[in-house]
Design a protein around this ligand. Structure first.
Ligand code: FE
Ligand code: FE
Ligand code: ZN
Length: 278
């Protein structure tokens, strides 16, 4: 069965997200842990989380993927911004223990002119200071398009971060189809080669989630603007090959396309129809 869902608003709490997911035919979903532009997270309502866990269990909704705020930059030049990243990260990981076994995805960060090597070291330092052996959450580094000084634009950069982290068994990768396409990986014409390269550099066993997006821009543009499935330069056919690929087909897929709930429901239905059951 295809694991497919999308990004949902968390503003009305956990149970509301579960119901939104069920309402659009999603069996997995992603949400922001707090305002994506930063700020304090809402107090956890234990009663709401309890109802959510019962509801999602009844409806077969799994693979909760939390997304860190965009303002989190673990490799900023300013120590106060790195400190904010550590505090937010640690607080999010603590809150995620209310939904055990979740995943937490973050953008590695932008080195803002300090250089890739220094950036990678800061990101690894952050992970080593916030990750704990007892956490049940898997932390995911997202593949980035490489706009500005973004780190994570190549599989090599992501692997260099992983190598410096102590708790590697709690670390994985979230592959964003729009980002890697904009980053120069040709998943339209050479999906097998790209996955082979991923396997050689990082290892496909690290791949835990896929952000399924089309791209408004072209291969190697380093832009990062998502398009609806079939309305961008990756195209529906190539994305259908992604969900059916033998090495990917059992992973959870999360749409981050420019849609409201009805648009997501339509994309989910279309992808379910295009998925070849074994
Ligand atoms: Fe992201
Ligand atoms: Fe993404
Ligand atoms: Zn993006």
């Amino acid at each position: 069965m295809l694991k497919i869902g999308c990004h949902l608003s968390s503003s009305k709490g956990y149970l509301a997200m579960g119901k939104d997911a069920a309402g659009i035919g999603a069996n997995v979903f992603q949400f922001f842990t707090r305002n994506p532009r930063g700020g304090k997270a809402k107090e956890i309502n234990e009663e709401d989380v309890k109802k959510f866990l019962t509801f999602t269990k009844e409806h077969g909704i799994t693979d909760f993927l939390a997304h860190a705020p965009y303002t989190l930059n673990a490799c900023a030049a300013d120590e106060r911004i790195r400190e904010f990243a550590r505090e937010t990260f640690a607080d999010d990981l603590q809150r995620l223990e209310y939904t055990p076994g979740s995943m937490y995805n973050f953008h590695p960060g932008s080195h803002v002119g300090q250089g890739v090597e220094k950036g990678i070291q800061y990101i690894a330092d952050t992970l080593n200071s916030v990750m704990k052996p007892q956490q049940s959450t898997t932390v995911l580094l997202e593949t980035m398009a490489g706009k500005g000084s973004e780190i994570g634009r190549s599989f090599e950069e992501l692997q260099s971060i992983i190598e410096k982290v102590t708790l590697q068994e709690k670390l994985g990768i979230c592959l964003d189809t729009c980002h890697i396409f904009d980053g120069g990986y040709d998943i339209v014409e050479h999906l097998d080669d790209v996955l082979m390269e991923f396997d050689q550099v990082i290892g496909l066993d690290r791949l835990k989630a896929i952000h399924l997006n089309d791209s408004m821009n072209t291969l190697g543009s380093h832009k990062d603007r998502h398009a609806k499935i079939g309305e961008g330069n990756i195209g529906k056919e190539a994305l259908v090959r992604v969900i059916n690929h033998p090495r990917l087909r059992n992973l959870p897929f999360y749409l981050e396309t420019p849609n409201e709930l009805p648009g997501y429901a339509a994309e989910i239905a279309m992808l379910k129809a295009a998925y070849k059951e074994e």
